[in-house]
Design a binder for this molecule. Structure first.
Ligand code: HEC
Ligand code: HEC
Length: 629
């Protein structure tokens, strides 16, 4: 006999199969024969969708998801809980927006560097065109009249304005480091931009096309931003690096890092003596939050919701009964005790997977959740704090080793009292640009005034090829390094052999995007070619240590940055690939720019031992080359 659990599993898989038959994935171009379509669909069913972002039309009848692994956008009828269509759009979609009338959409491709413009007609979407916007675009928004889109371009640190009818870039505006989340006030007059690596938000005056204000928010890893219906308050989901070593005691006190919801007044006429931001700490001691990612506010402002990718949940805050304990221009290390008294102001809903972006339906109580690791859109009733529906977007039925590794990588429950995941520090497999004392250098700083033991978070792109590991390079096995990451950096339980295999398999999939400093055909500029000669010359001697395909010789060198109480002698030359996006530089991040490093602590004279200084021209050329790696 079938027990209840088995029966529901059968029902779910039949439901998924039906759904997959309905959702025919179409390429951007002319549809092929019925046979070709079927083959394409079969192949596509083996691919995870991994929705990282979503957007809802003003009437709530149409929803778009940006599916990062599949490179597609799905069109969903959220009321019917049905996928209507899905189309290939480009390389790693990261942000999506839909026009008010639901007839046009845009999707930004993180690795494709372009924006695809989508036409939505009834139950169908197709790619109407593309616009190159610059390296690593993520967040997008569409003007209320549908005429323009605004894109946050992460590596050029700009907001790019695109005319949607002409499909042309019509403006670029410098903002903070690595802008990601972006939202428009309902009247379209202001843009709120979350700069994830400079810890501030930019408030852009759209008509004047200038940054009106930059507000530091004492936060890091800024993710989804949202704006209240009256356009007066901006909200940002983020994390704060508190800089103490990763001991279980420090973690539990919120002294390593913590999740925050931050609000910023946007009104240009607001009282200038008013606080420039306020925070709500999201970590209940003992059972913390991990990887704050999604944020949405309902039209009346009575409900605020935050999606936690690492702890697989939604946090719901009610604002209409008793005020929330916001703290002005500062933050608590742990969640305020008054929120834990069950008076209805704060609730948690378990969702599984990795909740990413959120949106409120026009009814003001239904929340749609993009769930990356569940390959689904989830529907939560924020009034009753219940998960009411899961809309599967499609994906393979069995979980591969790589996907298991990806799940572990994003799982904050593997850290002490679930405060953070690997992804918190190694954001999206890369770096969040911060430094931490993870005890991996064999030492610990007892105060945050010293930063000798804090190390910059290294990128994990191509990390399987660049042993030995850690900045000192003392770790010669990647499997052993994984045990250290789980037990020291995370203070969590030891991974099993299978788990180590899975996470290493996942790390093996992480690679750099195309280098934006190369010529369109992939070759070096004239300056970079001159720089290459300098790099290889006896005078600069860079290639003696940074040689080979990954620009590291895999050995340990003393290069002038050692300190008397180092537990390990010397450092392993890091790979120089993707340097343009690895700032700040050197093991403790002491150099903000490549130039700072090369005229300062890592100048050829010190490093290679008195071979002479480089001229300004030589330095410019060398940097042009380094950026092209
Ligand atoms: C609190 C932030 C933080 C967390 C969480 C974290 N790491 Fe790290 N990771 C670092 C820092 C900092 C280093 C450099 C440590 C050093 O060299 O002493 C590092 C180093 C590494 C390295 C070596 C990279 C190299 O090029 O040498 C790997 C691999 C790695 N981490 C993987 C992981 C994995 C997998 C997880 C999750 C199980 C994880 N890390 C969790 C901060 C973190
Ligand atoms: C003697 C070996 C050696 C030589 C020669 C050398 N490097 Fe390095 N390089 C290292 C080591 C070791 C580190 C890591 C040092 C640290 O962070 O403490 C490093 C770090 C760097 C970094 C920082 C990378 C990051 O991700 O933060 C850059 C950039 C760099 N080197 C470029 C160069 C250039 C350009 C030259 C030639 C002018 C050069 N190096 C010569 C050994 C060397």
């Amino acid at each position: 006999m079938m027990d209840g659990r088995m029966r529901s599993r059968v029902v779910v898989s039949v439901g998924m199969a039906l759904m997959l038959v309905v959702a025919v994935v179409r390429g951007g171009d002319a549809p092929g024969s019925a046979n070709a379509d079927r083959e394409k669909r079969a192949a596509h069913d083996e691919t995870h969708r991994s929705p990282i972002a979503l957007a809802l039309s003003a009437d709530g009848s149409r929803l778009l998801t940006a599916n990062q692994t599949a490179g597609t956008v799905s069109l969903v009828d959220p009321a019917a809980g049905k996928v209507l269509d899905e189309v290939k759009t480009g390389d790693k979609p990261a942000g999506v927006a839909i026009a008010r009338d639901g007839r046009r959409g845009v999707v930004a491709h993180w690795y494709g560097y372009d924006l695809a413009v989508l036409d939505i007609q009834g139950d169908r979407i197709h790619v109407a065109g593309r616009v190159e916007v610059g390296p690593e675009p993520r967040g997008v928004a569409i003007a209320p009249d549908g005429s323009a889109a605004f894109v946050a371009v992460g590596v050029s640190n700009e907001i790019v304005r695109v005319d949607l009818a002409e499909r042309k870039v019509t403006g670029r505006l410098a903002v903070g480091r690595e802008p990601r989340g972006i939202a428009l006030t309902p009247d379209g007059s202001r843009l709120l931009v979350g700069n994830s690596r400079s810890g501030d938000v930019s408030i852009v005056n759209v008509k004047g096309w200038r940054v009106e204000r930059t507000v530091p928010i004492d936060g890091d890893n800024l993710r989804q931003v949202a704006i209240s219906a009256d356009g007066k308050i901006g909200y940002i989901a983020n994390m704060r690096n508190r800089k103490f070593a990763t001991t279980s005691k420090n973690i539990d006190l919120g002294w390593v890092l913590g999740q925050r919801l931050t609000r910023v007044p946007l009104d240009p006429d607001a009282d200038t003596s008013a606080p420039s931001f306020a925070t709500l700490s999201l970590d209940p001691q003992g059972q913390a939050a991990g990887d704050a990612h999604g944020m949405a506010v309902n039209p009346s402002g009575s409900l605020l919701v935050v999606g936690l990718g690492g702890t697989h949940e939604l946090m719901i805050f009610r604002t209409d009964r008793k005020r929330l304990p916001w703290r002005d221009e500062n933050s608590r290390d742990i969640m305020a005790a008054e929120l834990l008294r069950n008076d209805g102001r704060f609730r948690r809903v378990a969702l599984g997977g990795r909740p990413t972006e959120l949106a409120f339906a026009p009814d003001g109580k239904t929340v749609y959740v993009a769930n990356y690791l569940s390959d689904a859109v989830q529907v939560v009733d924020a009034e009753s704090a219940k998960l009411v529906r899961t809309i599967p977007l499609g994906g393979p039925k069995t979980i591969s080793l790589v996907r298991r590794g990806e799940m572990l990588f994003h799982d904050a429950t593997r850290s002490f009292n679930q405060w953070y995941s690997c992804n918190t520090c190694h954001s999206d497999g890369h770096t969040n640009g911060l430094d931490f004392d993870t005890l991996n250098d064999g030492r610990q700083d007892l105060s945050t005034f010293h930063r000798r033991s804090r190390k910059k978070v290294p990128t994990l792109r191509r990390v399987t090829l660049t042993g030995p590991w850690t900045w000192h390079g003392w770790q010669t096995g990647l499997d052993d390094a994984m045990v250290e990451s789980f037990t020291k950096s995370m203070q969590g339980r030891r991974p099993s052999k299978d788990e180590v295999k899975a996470i290493v398999a996942y790390l093996g999939t992480l690679d750099y995007p195309r280098n934006p400093y190369r010529q369109p055909d992939g070759t070096l500029s004239a300056a970079a070619r001159r720089g290459q000669d300098i790099f290889r010359s006896a005078k600069a001697a860079c290639s003696t240590c940074h040689g080979g395909p990954e620009f590291t010789d895999g050995k340990i060198h003393t290069a002038g940055l050692e300190e008397p109480d180092d537990a390990y002698r010397g450092y392993n030359p890091p790979s120089l690939r993707g340097l343009y996006d690895k700032d700040p530089y050197l093991h403790d991040g002491r150099s903000k720019t490549l130039r700072d490093a090369l005229v300062g602590p890592h100048n050829p004279d010190t490093v290679a031992g008195g071979s002479g200084e480089l001229s300004d021209q030589e330095l410019d050329d060398l940097i042009a080359y380094l950026k092209s790696l």
